[in-house]
Design a protein around this ligand. Structure first.
Ligand SMILES: Nc1ncnc2c1ncn2[C@@H]1O[C@H](COP(=O)(O)OP(=O)(O)O)[C@@H](O)[C@H]1O
Ligand SMILES: [Mg+2]
Length: 363
């Protein structure tokens, strides 16, 4: 990543009907060479943002710049943006090689250079042997690879992809995730990738912008999003979490004490901007929960009975009921440690000091 802000969204808003904003105010700076993913539920504004970046839709307010120039001022044929969508729309009457040559013909490239580029692009996605077939003679995965090659064949500076793997089955989708990621690493092109699939986003991205209702709730690396979610929405959308309601009793630096509804006081990391007295939701990942067997007697702590054990192969999913820990879920790795957990048993819920995070209540 050589320079800051190859792609810039500055104060971008979008309304289709002149009344409701579907993008409420987007500021985003994407360095050259980055793989940035826009992740969010359906309707959160990802495609709209990508269409504006491609220059197909105009922002209602604000500006989008690529390499320092407002995209609206660059004529479409000079934009040098490669695009891949879910329905890849190859030309059915052309061979694979002709499909790839098409964007180069449009750019009036000479024949020799064109043939060289097409061959290289097909090799890149391991489709060289099938160059003379037509799209209908290829599987879905092969067609998607051709669509990828066609987006890259004119060596764009920027590649936009909108749910490109949505139509593929799970195994092929996971395989293509790695192929696209490795292609990005080799080519160093700037990628803006849209998906609603959090595992896909975590696998592929340098950074992820989490969209919710037309806003970016958090922009961070995959690890930071998972370990340090800024909001309850982000904590819930990326991975699974247990939520405990409470009030921040005391804050010191990045940590603090939260009084839960049961009266129990627990330690947690505390999100930015929260002071003593704030209502909070404590987020706790199921795989960070430890279950300590206890007798039936009282004592200090968050107690519950195991009401359900679900065997999932690599881990055991444990549901708790009765008492302050009711509703909590724990994921226990499938090794010798899980054998103490039995249905009906009473356990104290514990976790490491960094594993609970207090977040603002709400959205
Ligand atoms: N062409 C359009 N005209 C009117 N409303 C639209 C149009 N495209 C999208 N929308 C609306 O804008 C919002 C965001 O949609 P979209 O950007 O497609 O979200 P996503 O890609 O995250 O699913 C939705 O409420 C959707 O109904
Ligand atoms: Mg979309």
């Amino acid at each position: 990543m050589e320079s800051q802000g190859f792609v810039e969204f500055a104060g971008v808003q979008k309304s289709y009907d002149g009344r409701t904003l579907v993008i409420e105010g987007l500021d985003l700076s994407i360095p050259k060479g980055e793989f940035l993913t826009m992740l969010g539920p359906s309707g959160s504004g990802k495609t709209t943002s990508l269409m504006m970046l491609a220059g197909f839709e105009a922002p209602s307010r604000g500006e989008i710049r690529v390499a320092g120039r407002p995209i609206q001022n660059v004529p479409p044929h000079r934009r040098n943006i490669g695009m891949v969508f879910q329905n890849y729309a190859l030309f059915p009457h052309m061979t694979i090689a002709e499909n790839l040559a098409y964007p180069l013909k449009v750019r009036r490239m000479g024949r020799a250079e064109m043939e060289g580029r097409v061959a290289r692009a097909l090799d890149m996605v391991q489709m060289g042997a099938l160059a003379q077939r037509r799209p209908s003679q290829l599987s879905g995965g092969q067609q998607q690879r051709v669509a990828l090659a066609r987006a890259l064949v004119f060596e764009p500076d920027l590649v936009l992809m909108d749910e490109p793997l949505g139509a593929l089955d799970k195994n092929l989708r996971e395989h293509m995730q790695f192929e696209i990621k490795h292609l990005h690493e080799r080519l160093g092109v700037t990628m803006v990738y849209v998906t609603h699939d959090q595992a896909e986003a975590l696998t592929m991205s340098d950074r992820i912008a989490v969209f919710n209702r037309g806003r970016v709730e958090q922009l961070a690396t995959p690890e930071e999003l998972y370990e340090k979610p800024a909001t309850v929405f982000v904590a819930g959308f990326i991975g699974e979490n247990n939520r405990l309601s409470g009030v921040l009793a005391d804050r010191q630096g990045d940590g603090g004490a939260v009084r839960l509804e049961s009266g129990l006081v627990v330690q947690a990391r505390v999100a930015a901007g929260l002071g003593a007295g704030a209502s909070v939701t404590v987020s706790l990942r199921p795989e960070r929960v430890r279950l300590v067997p206890t007798g039936e007697a009282g004592g200090e702590g968050l107690f519950g009975h195991v009401c359900e054990l679900i065997y999932l192969g690599d881990h055991i999913r444990v549901h708790l009921a009765d008492g302050p820990a009711a509703g909590l879920v724990a994921k226990i790795p499938n090794n010798a440690d899980h054998q103490h957990v039995r249905p009906g048993g009473r356990y104290r819920v514990e976790w490491g000091p960094a594993d609970a995070i207090a977040l603002p209540v709400g959205h």
